[in-house]
Design a protein. Structure first.
Ligand code: NAD
Ligand code: TDX
Length: 330
């Protein structure tokens, strides 16, 4: 697998070792600013860790040759960073995925591609429709456009070269080991530091939250039972606007519900994402385990309270990057 030192990938390693003790896992990860070996420290002797880049074709070819399944999580994953500097997104998300596809094609290895609902663009707040597997691609940001590009490469390699691939497009994840640049960990750690949370624009943008363990159980359902060449949307009916999420974090931490600031909006900020995951549920029988977002959020706040040593080293640099990008209180 790729990207095992990142947020979702590290949780995938832990879940897989817990539920499939016979699995032999090799992690390929470049340990960018977003990768953290500490996330794998407790299982380090149960996996093979390779420090390397998914765009390194000879390395990828060698590792793929020795594998019977490739699950591709590695990516540049943060929209705000993609607005400051899109190049690493093209390099990793497009060229990196191309490199993996060439290797699985060469060695006829089963491949699962992890992607995002952001490839579909956004919805109006009052749109009765949600994203389905048939929704046309319409990405807004450098991040989502490079993820869309990677999905299209997978589809083309499947059709033209018979690569044995499936794709999943998931909504916003939350849970342990998420980098403090992302919305929920950023606000939790701000509140723990006595800093007011920061809402972009009017705070009305809606995200469809899913616990990372539910994302990963869906990935396994698709690997086990998904039809080759097909795409599955992953979501847990968790729509909430950003202001509601911040109010919940403040409440959980014993602060006033209005103790937040509005800051400069993200350029091109997608208004709403919403997933219809009927296909995954009816065809593969998958169901989320975390149905109570508030309870999942409470557990996540507790995880960041208990694991300051994990996130503290990234916190100052992350906030400095936001300040340098011009974020200011409205
Ligand atoms: P992350 O940024 O936390 O982790 C990315 C990992 O990939 C890091 O460990 C990093 O070191 C590694 N990486 C980056 N570039 C690399 C390269 N060139 N070679 C090797 N390793 C490299 O990301 P995440 O939030 O865990 O997302 C994982 C995947 O899930 C991504 O493909 C993302 O698009 C997708 N996704 C994320 C979400 C979400 O809410 N976070 C939702 C849907 C889909
Ligand atoms: O400080 C903040 N204040 C704020 O209001 C930050 C960091 C974000 N936001 C808003 C922007 C979004 O509406 O919160 C929402 C969530 O923001 P992010 O955590 O940056 O996530 P998003 O842009 O929605 O993308 C995420 O979900 C889809 C992941 O980062 C992607 O990797 C995934 O594909």
């Amino acid at each position: 697998m790729t990207g095992g030192a990142g947020f979702i990938g590290a949780n995938f390693v832990h879940q897989t070792l817990a539920t499939r003790p016979d699995a032999e896992i090799t992690v390929l990860d470049a340990l960018t600013y977003a990768g953290n070996e500490e996330s794998l420290a407790s299982v380090r002797d149960r996996i093979e860790f390779v420090h390397g880049n998914i765009a390194d074709a000879p390395l990828v070819d060698d590792l793929v040759q020795k594998s019977d399944l490739v699950v591709h999580f590695a990516a540049e994953s943060h929209n705000d960073n993609s607005l400051s500097d899109p190049w690493p997104f093209v390099q990793t998300n497009v060229i990196g995925t191309y490199t993996l596809l060439q290797a699985v094609r060469e060695h006829d290895v089963r491949y699962h591609h992890i992607s995002t609902d952001e490839v579909y663009g956004d919805l109006e707040l009052d749109d009765p429709e949600r994203f389905t597997e048939a929704t046309p691609y319409n990405p807004s940001s450098p991040y989502s456009s490079t993820k869309a590009s990677s999905d299209l490469i997978v589809r083309a390699w499947t059709r033209s070269f018979g690569v044995k691939a499936t794709i999943s497009n998931c909504s916003n994840n939350y849970g342990p080991y998420q980098h403090v640049e992302k919305f929920i960990p950023r606000q939790i750690t701000n509140v723990l530091d006595g800093v007011r949370p920061k809402l972009y624009g009017a705070g009305l943008n809606v995200r469809d939250w899913i616990h990372v363990d539910d994302h990963n159980s869906a990935v396994w359902a698709i690997i086990d039972g998904g039809e080759l060449g097909q795409t599955y949307l992953i979501g847990a009916d968790g729509e909430a606007n950003n202001r509601t999420v911040v109010e919940s974090v403040l409440e959980i931490c014993g602060k006033g519900k209005t103790d937040f600031d509005f800051v400069t909006d993200r350029p091109g900020h997608d208004m709403r994402y919403a997933i219809d995951s009927s296909r995954l549920r009816t065809e593969l029988g998958w169901e989320p385990r975390y149905r109570d977002f508030r309870a999942g959020l409470e557990a996540t706040v507790q995880w960041y309270r208990d694991n300051e040593a994990w996130w503290r080293p990234q916190k100052d640099a992350t906030e400095q990057a936001y300040a340098k990008a011009g974020e200011r209180t409205l």
